[in-house]
Design a protein around this ligand. Structure first.
Ligand SMILES: [Zn+2]
Length: 534
């Protein structure tokens, strides 16, 4: 028996807008659409917990594809959304154990199950479900009235009283309608269950809201109906989803009762927050620096396992500490996961941890897997061609495996993404001769002296790290101190003052390039002599 995990799109606070044919523009619509269209990282969060549970011998996992737009009558199916979710899961190497359930292809199935409830009564002798013909105008008035009285909005259940004859007439007239679930109004409406994360939970949905919609006027189910029918048919045993769904769970339990089905067990996971007290939102999804869509990280070149580590570290728990997660593969995380360590605290998304996870996997892939190493080198080569397309036509040294490997060894995982070697000015010297910045030259004569001395004595160096280091340390022309000599070497070779140790850079380049750059620096200094203070 499988477990479902993929989170439904965010809940819409104005569910009544689904009513009738008049569903108009909705503030939340874009948010919902984008949540469905894009595979958000944080939907993966729950998917991951599911993988652990599966391996910890509970069940398999499966995927529901909520691929339709739920809050508007226009453009229901979002093209490509299913493929998008699938490819995101594939990239992250999360394999559902059975074919995905495509909800938009099951609309008839949901309707078929729903109509079995017609004519059935609950313990209060009320129908389990009923047709509601209220227009959007009436619902708006109702909403305003509730607001005026400072009461929470609740549908007043007027259509529950419609006779069969009236309903028949309205249908004949072609009036649009939705189907609502009739909530028990007494204590039996209180739903008590043992949340797998939060423990004892009880809630009476009637106390806070009115009869909710199961089927919209366009015949599409709401999440409440679709998830209950799907989970039942797929024999789902455990459901983990975001904490915001906890109050809806009581509605789902009532629906299971009406169908006379056995409900799954539920666990709700703490919400992820961008900062304390503010949950991740549409604004975060659009944040250019750290968007919450998985695609962004895939395209940027993050390792799938690094992203998975990061998502786990964002919260929810299940692990002893951060070090139990960082640098681990999905399978390793699965074996280290402990359901007893689930956390109830809202978690802060800390993007600094993503860099730590990425570095850990960068190192791991490069150092321990031949295949991983080759892949990284090839990716670096593709980057060279991307940033310097002209090199494609030459047998450039900078495209050779040796050179690329030497770069990666020297950089020693100081970078997070390969891209930085091209976009960060600090690494420009790897690809082209550096520019000598005059404002970094304290004393031109001294600078020139060191260059000349170096050129005259280059043949004495054997170009191992230690040899170069010793060479620079030992010569004290004109009593110039070592620090200044190292600084001059760095400026001539790199054009900047940060980076790996000078002797490493020097041994990386070797005598030919060192000679070339020192000579070039001398020419530049001579040419621009008049511009430099002497
Ligand atoms: Zn109504």
């Amino acid at each position: 028996m499988p477990t479902v995990i993929l989170d439904p799109p965010s809940k819409n606070k104005t569910e009544e807008k689904q009513t009738a044919a008049a569903a108009g523009d909705d503030d939340d619509e874009d948010h919902v659409t984008s949540a469905i269209r894009k595979t958000g990282c944080f939907k993966f969060h729950e998917k991951l917990q599911d993988c652990y549970i599966e391996k910890k011998d509970w069940r398999q996992c499966s995927t529901e594809m909520q691929d339709f737009r739920r809050y508007t009558d226009r453009e229901r199916i979002v093209p490509g959304s299913t493929e998008h979710i699938k490819s995101g899961l594939e990239w992250a190497r999360i394999k559902p154990d059975e074919p995905a359930v495509i909800q938009s292809e099951r609309v008839e199935l949901y309707r078929k199950h729903l109509v079995t409830l017609f004519g059935k009564l609950n313990h209060q002798n009320q129908p389990h479900i009923y047709r509601c013909f209220c227009t959007i105008d009436r619902l708006m008035l109702l909403r305003h009235e509730c607001k005026r009285r400072s009461q929470p909005y609740r549908y007043d259940g007027r259509c529950k009283e419609l006779s069969e004859k009236q309903q028949h007439e309205y249908i004949q007239q072609g009036l649009p309608h939705v189907i609502r679930f009739s909530l028990p109004t007494d204590d039996k409406g209180i739903q008590i269950y043992d949340d797998l994360v939060y423990g004892h939970h009880e809630h009476n949905p009637y106390a806070t809201e009115g009869d909710f919609i199961l089927l919209k006027s366009d015949g599409f189910p709401t999440y409440h109906l679709a998830n209950v029918v799907d989970d039942h048919l797929m024999e789902i045993s455990h459901v983990f989803r975001g904490h915001e769904w906890q109050t809806s769970t009581s509605k789902h339990l009532l629906l299971y009762k009406a169908f006379n089905w056995q409900p799954p067990r539920y666990g709700h996971l703490p919400l992820l927050e961008r900062e304390r007290g503010r949950k991740l939102s549409k604004r975060d999804a659009e944040n250019a620096h750290n968007p919450i869509e998985i695609d962004y990280y895939r395209q940027k070149g993050y390792f799938p396992n690094a992203v998975l580590n990061f998502i786990i570290l964002c919260g929810g728990g299940g692990f002893k500490d951060d070090d139990t997660v960082i640098g681990k593969t999905l399978d390793e995380m699965v074996s280290l996961f402990d359901i007893k360590l689930f956390s109830r605290h809202a978690a802060i998304v800390d993007f600094k941890k993503l860099a730590v996870c990425q570095r850990a996997h960068f190192k791991r892939e490069y150092q321990t897997s031949k295949e991983g190493r080759q892949k990284i080198i090839e990716e670096l080569r593709q980057n060279v061609l991307h940033y310097f397309p002209e090199k494609n036509s030459t047998s450039s040294m900078q495209l050779q495996n040796d050179y690329l490997e030497k770069i990666l060894t020297m950089i020693d995982f100081r970078i997070v993404l390969l891209d930085e070697l091209f976009t960060n000015n600090l690494y420009e010297y790897l690809w082209k001769d550096p520019e000598l910045k005059k404002d970094l030259i304290h004393d031109v004569q001294q600078f020139k002296f060191v260059i000349k001395y170096t050129l005259d004595n280059l043949n004495q160096i054997h170009f191992t790290h230690d040899d170069i280091k010793q060479f620079i340390e030992n010569y004290r022309p004109n009593k110039i101190n070592n620090k200044e000599v190292f600084r001059i070497w760095r400026l001539v070779l790199c054009g900047c003052l940060q980076g790996p140790p000078v002797h490493e850079i020097a041994s990386f380049f070797g005598p030919d390039i060192i000679c070339k750059r020192f000579k070039h620096a001398l020419v530049v200094l001579d040419q621009q002599n008049e511009n430099f203070p002497v």
